[in-house]
Design a binder for this molecule. Sequence first.
Ligand code: BGC
Length: 405
Amino acid sequence: MIQFPKSFYWGAATSSYQVEGDNANADWWPWEILAGKQRSTSACRHYELYEQDFDLVKSLNHNAHRLSVEWSRIEPREGEFSEEAINHYIDVVKALRSRGVEPMVTLHHFTNPIWFSASGGWAHHTSIKRFVRYCDFVTQALAPYVRFWFTINEPTIYFSHSYLWGMWPPQARSFLKMKAVHDHMIEGHIEAYRLIHKIYKDLKHEPPSISFAQHMQAIVPCNEDLINRYAVKIREYFYNLEILDRLTKAKALDFIGVNYYSRHLVHVHSWWIGNLLMETCKDDHHPLKKNSLGWGIYPEGLCHVLLNLKKYNLPVIIAENGICTHDDAQRWEFIQDHLKNVRLAMDQGVDVVGYLYWSLMDNFEWAEGFTPRFGLIDIDYNTQQRTVRESAKKFAQVCKTGLLE
Ligand code: BGC
């Protein structure tokens, strides 16, 4: 039997665009049409159904819930802030609080207002000022109800998918643009961090806890060749730690948010920088069980990733960890195995204070549409019927007791 502390935060995460539905002012909306992707349409209709969804959150014994606020609803046109939208999010965080659930709010989770993208998006230097102005408006309104903030979700995934690989809007393939987005997101975080703290101080609220959600992979050499071990070191820095180093040096993190899904197996055949940075094992030398998107399941990697964070000496929240699968028994196995590795890292001195499963419910998985099923709760997209899965019930017992068999 494994035990977690009484004070542990247990719950699940979502993001606005993936669950709310009908976010027609966000840049993903026209892009879905343009790129011929599955449309997000009304998604899980969570914008309307949040009360009912939070009843389920409560019934599953979650004491925390991570959600994101949708910038494109709040500021649909530049400088025009929607009272209706912000009041909606006030109601949302209050609905969590009234159920005894700690809201953890993300300010940017991949989507942008159309006007923002049309005027250069994150590649443009004005993005910092625009993002911080939006954060100012949201924080002033939500500060009385929110203590945990994530400024930006997975900057490394956002700038690589949107600006290097050309897979997500605006489908750029430019190292220079990617570098600009990287710099602007870091600066945007630092300025937002300082501003949010100042707002709480001015309002005489207890200081908030602010971080961002860092996508972290277990970077593993395929074999012990020097070139692979060297490539692991470089990638460990650029993929996982570089932004954390920058933000801890700037004293702009109160905790670390970790999103962990999978392993990255390094097998390099040339000392060229591109290979050192990107080449992976193509031959499936160390096969793993896979989720329905083909990502390898590697629970011990979570412990490995967490141990690398020890040097920062900050509390850690697992802000996302989950599996898409049509086999719910596999989901429960995934949760159990990953929680065991969280405990192992805690035993070795990493101060993990919470675990949020991705995701509360099945939702719109970006370019992959609605096929992947990540949810603790099944969604029937024809009827919007919610069905709690068995894995969710088992996880609920852990949330209630802090004990895992
Ligand atoms: C993102 C989520 C996404 C999940 C599964 C994370 O990278 O934050 O938005 O749904 O992974 O792909």
